[in-house]
Design a protein around this ligand. Structure first.
Ligand SMILES: Cc1ncc(C[n+]2csc(CCOP(=O)(O)OP(=O)(O)O)c2C)c(N)n1
Ligand SMILES: [Mg+2]
Length: 322
């Protein structure tokens, strides 16, 4: 493994940040402070952090409706992020995008996206741009199991393959698209099997293991950067909360309690924490210190957002292209 202690602890800190950020969003949503739907990433933190840790700062990502984790993993600043979630003028999109449209071009975040699957051809297009400009950047594209049944998935993978584009497609297979189980909607047991239809390597990965995701992403990123084309990584994971915060009983109307408990026991953060303690890199004291720092940063982001103004009326037609 090429990760030193500092990098491993940084990955842990990012996973904790995502978890606590999402829990804060859930609280703000329950209090009616957060407008719109909150699709939280709790339970899937190892995928975003493992994958983004294999990227360079100038590499690019495209994200989804469940995108907070991707943005934090790629380095988003929590203050404009929270401000955007609360519809404030100081937010990443001046309060017009909200939770599902965070973007930060300076950090290579080309955008979360509320239209399921639409970020897949966007990733292929961005990678075509990278190739045409003769750069060696890589585009990493996150999407769900549900998205892999849409036309844009097939179009995007085929396009990336024929042009040997530098893309890493990362499917977050959390077993459901809203309430529809993948088993009922998907023609293959493993979504990674679809890679062969597009002439690219496909790999199934334990999405609860941040180091396994990192290692697989590193291989795929190296392949893309060498000019050998795209890969498809399927990370088996689980969302611990509902499809969105309004999902009754966090999805108990369509998921069994046994299944939810089984996956809760496979918490990616607890797994990684145990590993780091075993490696002598983390102690309970240090973990508490990280928790405190993360909580403080999130509280500061909430304060910043709450004190920020809503967009002024005059800005309604700014940055509007259609
Ligand atoms: C094109 C399109 N169709 C339908 C929807 C409604 N919708 C929002 S999320 C979602 C399910 C997506 O499932 P998946 O891709 O597995 O992602 P997950 O929510 O599990 O992370 C759907 C159908 C949408 N936003 N866009
Ligand atoms: Mg899903």
């Amino acid at each position: 493994m090429d990760l030193d202690g500092d990098k491993l602890l940084e990955m842990y800190r990012k996973m904790v940040t995502i978890r606590r950020f999402e829990e804060k969003v859930a609280e703000l949503n329950a209090r009616g402070v957060f407008p719109g739907l909150a699709h939280l990433y709790v339970g899937e933190e190892a995928v975003a952090v493992g994958a983004c840790s294999a990227l360079r700062a100038d590499d690019l990502i495209t994200s989804t409706h469940r995108g907070h984790g991707h943005c934090i993993a790629k380095g988003c600043d929590l203050k404009p992020m929270m401000a955007e979630l609360l519809g404030r003028y100081t937010g990443y999109c001046k309060g017009k995008g909200g939770s599902m449209h965070i973007c930060d071009f300076d950090r290579g975040i080309l955008g979360a996206n509320g239209i399921v699957g639409s970020n897949i051809p966007i990733a292929a297009g961005a990678a075509l741009g990278v190739k045409m400009m003769k750069q060696d950047r890589v585009v990493l594209c996150f999407f769900g199991d549900g998205a892999s049944n849409g036309g844009s998935f097939h179009e995007g993978l085929n396009f990336a393959s024929i042009w040997r584009l530098p893309v890493v497609f990362v499917c977050e297979h959390n077993m459901y698209a809203i309430s529809t189980p993948t088993k009922k909607s998907t023609s293959v047991a493993n979504i990674a099997d679809r890679a062969s239809a597009y002439g690219m390597p496909g790999e199934v990965i334990d999405g609860q293991d941040v180091l396994a995701v990192y290692e697989a992403a590193k291989r795929a990123v190296a392949r893309a950067r060498r000019g050998d084309g795209p890969s498809l990584l399927e990370c088996k994971t689980y969302r611990f909360r509902g499809h969105h915060e309004g999902d009754p009983g966090r999805g108990t109307t369509y998921r069994s309690r046994e299944e939810m408990e089984l996956w809760a026991a496979r918490c990616p953060i607890e797994n990684f924490k145990a590993k780091l303690i075993h490696m002598g890199l983390l102690s309970e004291d240090l973990a508490r210190g990280i928790e405190d720092e993360v909580s403080r940063a999130i509280e500061e982001a909430v304060e910043y957002a709450m004190e920020s103004p809503l967009p002024p009326l005059e800005s309604a037609l700014e940055d509007v292209y259609a």
